[in-house]
Design a protein around this ligand. Structure first.
Ligand code: SF4
Ligand code: SF4
Ligand code: FES
Length: 219
């Protein structure tokens, strides 16, 4: 069923089972996001990146737009001072564990972190947070992909896309807390062929964290 809501003084229509983020996205209203997939229902959204905050009348605090289902007559504000402050803090926290070295990065100029920083007018610094990086800089255990943990925002999209494409996943989260990374699940020798013909994780990754390894001859 179609319902109507007001976003930033603009009236938009959407399906009644949409998330606020999905409704805004369809109406061309940009809300920063890193961990949301267009196929996500509000109940499935991992709400991990904490970037998609909005204010909704009747809610005491800003909420993650990807995880809230629209209601008829809802009034949403996507650009309040409180929202922007939370988004900038979330971005800086991500950048505090990020190797910002864009020139050699394959995502340079197509990177969602860069786009969000630009949208928020925030730059790629992390002050007042201290920058702490992981080691090693690159994980080469996957047969055909290189993984750069210090470019990864742990959005989980690669893991979810892999599961959607293959009814199982070659990628999964490993470790805990600061040491969480995307790991390669190496139980099956068919992974390399599967990954080379698929590449969905490379396509969907919002940063340059996953890179197809070049054959020695192509380096
Ligand atoms: S992932 Fe984005 S912000 Fe990070 S180094 Fe690459 S281009 Fe720069
Ligand atoms: S590798 Fe890319 S898609 Fe996977 S969790 Fe990291 S940033 Fe997200
Ligand atoms: S897109 Fe909503 S929390 Fe990441």
């Amino acid at each position: 069923m179609k319902i109507t809501l007001t976003v930033d003084d603009q009236t938009i229509q959407t399906q009644d089972n949409s998330s606020v983020l999905s409704a805004c996205h369809s109406a061309g209203i940009y809300i920063p996001h890193l961990c949301w997939l267009e196929t996500d229902a509000p109940a499935d959204a991992p709400a991990a990146c904490r970037l998609c905050f909005v204010e909704i009348d009747g809610f005491r605090e800003p909420v993650a737009a990807c995880a809230v289902t629209v209601e008829n007559g809802m009034t949403v504000n996507t650009g309040t001072v409180a929202v922007r402050s939370l988004q900038k803090t979330a971005l800086k926290l991500l950048l505090s564990v990020h190797r910002v070295d864009c020139k050699p990065c394959p995502a340079n100029r197509a990177c969602q972190l860069q786009n969000i920083a630009k949208f928020l007018g925030a730059g790629l610094g992390c002050k007042p947070f201290e920058r702490v990086l992981k080691e090693p800089e690159v994980d080469v255990r996957h047969p055909v992909l290189d993984y750069y943990p210090n470019r990864c925002v742990l959005c989980g999209i690669c893991v979810r896309i892999c599961r959607q494409q293959h009814q199982q996943t070659w990628l999964s989260f490993a470790g805990r807390g600061f040491n969480t990374v995307v790991g390669y699940f190496d139980a099956d020798p068919d992974a390399a062929a599967d990954c080379l013909s698929c590449r969905a994780c490379l396509e969907y990754c919002p940063t340059g964290a996953l890179v197809q390894r070049l054959a020695d001859d192509d380096r």
